[in-house]
Design a protein around this ligand. Sequence first.
Ligand code: DGL
Length: 270
Amino acid sequence: MDPRPIGVFDSGLGGLTAVRQLTAGMPNETIVYFGDTGRVPYGSRSRDTIRRYARQDAAFLLSQNVKMVIAACGTVSSVAADLGETLPVPFLGVLDPTARAAAAATRSGKIGVIGTTATIRSGSYRRALAVLDPTLQVFDTDCPLFVPLVENGFLAEDDPIPRLTAERYLAPLIEAGVDTLILGCTHYPLLEPVIRRVMGENVALIDSGRETALACREFLLENDLAAPREQQGSRRFYVSDRTEGFAGIATLLLGGSLDGTVEHIDIESY
Ligand code: DGL
């Protein structure tokens, strides 16, 4: 048993979709979340910059005495997958749990992957899927407009702005006949109703936040690191930009009330 918090970070608010799943599956855990709202997006930045940011994000979480660090960010998991090698606590990214779930879900062997430009450019999902099953066919495309749509709350299924954007991005994947689609960025589950409408009911959508939360639970239980049953779970949120306005969009991503404190930190000092 380990009562210490689980540390979770993302470039912004997308990682809250993973927090939502973590809280649902492990109500006794304390979660410390850092959203780098002052430097989002990561997905359009260089490899070196993303890796530097990821090191600082993890250093902040370590200063909060966390028992584990989760990069709830497809971009960091793809570009800084080796971050765990430098950390004194276990590290989990979204890549492996998500690739495993997609490989298990596909029937046709044709898997689509969508993510940020940095994620797709890194080829991380192609490699992870090839290791799991070299016969899988992977079709990927970056969707750079999805993150700003989510961060600005353009999510409604009947809103033409996200729908037309999704139609444009997803057309080649529909054309390729994928039966499974990896939502390779933790912001994307918020667009799930729109993506589902465009892809159709028969395509399995794999939510990286959900798969990572499940993998985290499994890891903590297997290693006797879960919080004691009598512990009352709680959440603390930290951001690198203004805290005002955080609650509104965060509530949406968390699928319920914020239920935790929000503080600003100076991430450049870590
Ligand atoms: N949520 C991040 C991810 O999963 C991306 C957003 C960004 O570009 O910063 O990739």
